[in-house]
Ligand binder design. Structure first.
Ligand code: 4NP
Length: 144
């Protein structure tokens, strides 16, 4: 399965989602992440995301931010967005129901809060939310 995690900047939440999914799935699955915005393209994840991932044994420091692109609808089977604003942004680029159906809120009926302007506790909270959500999806989609 090809899985893409999407947030706004691709430096805080979706790099964590990518790292957590990678840590739980074997490499028959292709995992990536992207941002709807382009401000941080080429950058490493935010150092607070790098350090919270490291605390839980996951190395995300070599990821590089990129912007979401229309080809992602073809290249990925499922597109996990972090919040309803990401959902609107990605849905606005879809051409048909097949593309729309690939886009899922990772928490299903809640947003992963954007931790960018907050403190370290926000990053731990995001990690915990994503850790639980990815377990649920892995079960639901029978990814292992
Ligand atoms: P992310 O967090 O969407 O989880 O990567 C953000 C990172 C940067 C900005 C906003 C959100 N920004 O406005 O630069």
């Amino acid at each position: 399965m090809n899985i893409l995690a999407v947030c706004l900047g691709n430096i805080c939440r979706s790099p964590l989602a990518e790292g957590i999914l990678r840590s739980k799935l074997d490499n028959t699955h292709h995992i990536d992440s992207a941002g709807t915005g382009n401000w941080h393209v080429g950058e490493s994840p935010d150092k607070r995301s790098v350090s919270i991932a490291k605390k839980y044994g996951i190395d995300i420091q070599n990821q590089q931010a990129r912007q979401f692109k229309k080809e992602d609808f073809t290249n990925f089977d499922i597109i996990f967005v972090m919040d309803s604003s990401n959902y609107q942004d990605v849905i606005s680029l879809t051409k048909n129901d097949e593309q729309k159906n690939k886009v899922k809120l990772i928490l299903e009926n809640a947003d992963v809060p954007d931790p960018y302007y907050g403190g370290d506790a926000g990053f731990d909270h995001v990690f915990q939310l994503l850790d639980k959500a990815t377990d649920k999806w892995i079960n639901k989609l029978e990814l292992k």
